[in-house]
Design a protein around this ligand. Structure first.
Ligand SMILES: [Zn+2]
Length: 318
């Protein structure tokens, strides 16, 4: 029986249930937060996360995959506190989030005498030993390639992530930018590294309506992250659901997963503007609005089950 590591310890893959494959709990610049803490009340933020995730669990969601890694403010102790108080699984990630250069910490640390990037060792350690002495093990890997394409820093992280994946078997999520087709670069590099593409989510694929692009990446074996429901300024709601329905019609229900890329708290924006520019960008939008809209467009309950339950179980559980 395959086990999956979560912030509350290992669980059976079969028990993951309805899984949102890309939801953050906190997205922070930790250095800004520590130096300018005026906006931050630790207890209040943790309570708020517990309330929002408990409400999500009330909608039937059993698991979220949280791809918050270095560059997005990962704090495993804070996630551990939240996880202990909510009735759902939080699968945490390791990796590095950059669209361009690697942080200076890594810049002057090249491959060691073993020829292996020290990043690979850190990511692998998070998976096999646990994160920062917490005992919590990362359940997946994360890297990014945005509209700047495959910069040297982005390529270095992607190859380090791929090598940690081939060493451990843990799956990968890539932040991609479909507008510039960077999912293709991710597929090429990961394939070169010998990654199992059926264990790769190409995140933010749902930002495009280009069915041929999506079909090509699904045919390569990847899962398409239709994972920004609620970010309707990037791609309108109607386009997002119509694209998922059209891909189901083409026979790709087994190649898509659903999510919001939402968070309980993200410091990228002043808090008061988020409900104005993205009122539907929250954990429950899939249940409130997306699933009914998919059903109206002919997507069957079986196909929805595949996207929310079977594919996540297969991806994490093998
Ligand atoms: Zn994200």
């Amino acid at each position: 029986m395959a086990q999956v590591e979560t912030a509350s310890g290992p669980v059976e893959a079969d028990s993951l249930g309805i899984t949102l494959m890309h939801e953050h709990v906190f997205v922070l610049n930790e250095e800004v937060r520590q130096n300018y803490p005026a906006d931050w009340d630790e207890d209040q933020r943790v309570d708020d996360a517990v309330a929002k995730l408990t409400a999500l669990a009330g909608r039937g969601c059993r698991t979220i995959a949280d791809p918050t890694v270095i560059g997005l403010g990962r704090d495993i102790a804070r996630i551990q506190q939240v996880a202990a108080r909510v009735p759902l699984n939080i699968i945490v990630a390791t990796g590095l989030y950059t669209y361009d250069e690697v942080p200076f910490y890594f810049k002057f640390r090249g491959p060691g005498s073993d020829g292996i990037d020290p990043m690979t060792h850190l990511f692998t350690g998070d998976i096999t030993e646990g994160i920062s002495g917490s005992g919590i093990k990362a359940g997946f890997l994360k890297c990014a390639i945005d509209d700047q394409g495959l910069t040297p820093g982005v390529e270095r992280v992607m190859r380090a992530v791929a090598r940690a994946h081939t060493a451990t078997g843990v799956p990968i999520t890539v932040h991609t930018h479909p507008g510039t087709g960077t999912g293709r670069d991710a597929v090429r590099v990961l394939r070169e590294e010998g990654a199992n593409l059926t264990k790769v989510v190409l995140g933010h694929s749902g930002d495009t309506t280009d069915l041929d692009y999506l079909s090509e990446l699904a045919d390569a074996g990847c899962l398409l992250g239709m994972d920004r429901f609620g970010l309707n300024l990037i791609t309108p709601f109607d386009d997002r659901v119509t694209t998922v329905a059209a891909m189901c019609e083409r026979g790709y229900a087994g190649s898509m997963v659903l999510s919001h890329d939402a968070s309980c708290y993200i410091d990228w924006f002043p808090q008061q503007v988020i409900p104005i520019f993205a009122p539907a960008w929250h954990y429950e939008h899939v249940f409130d609005d997306v699933l009914p809209a998919l059903s109206e467009r002919g997507v069957t309950d079986d196909q929805i089950h595949t996207m929310l339950v079977a594919s996540p179980r297969r991806y994490f559980g093998g």
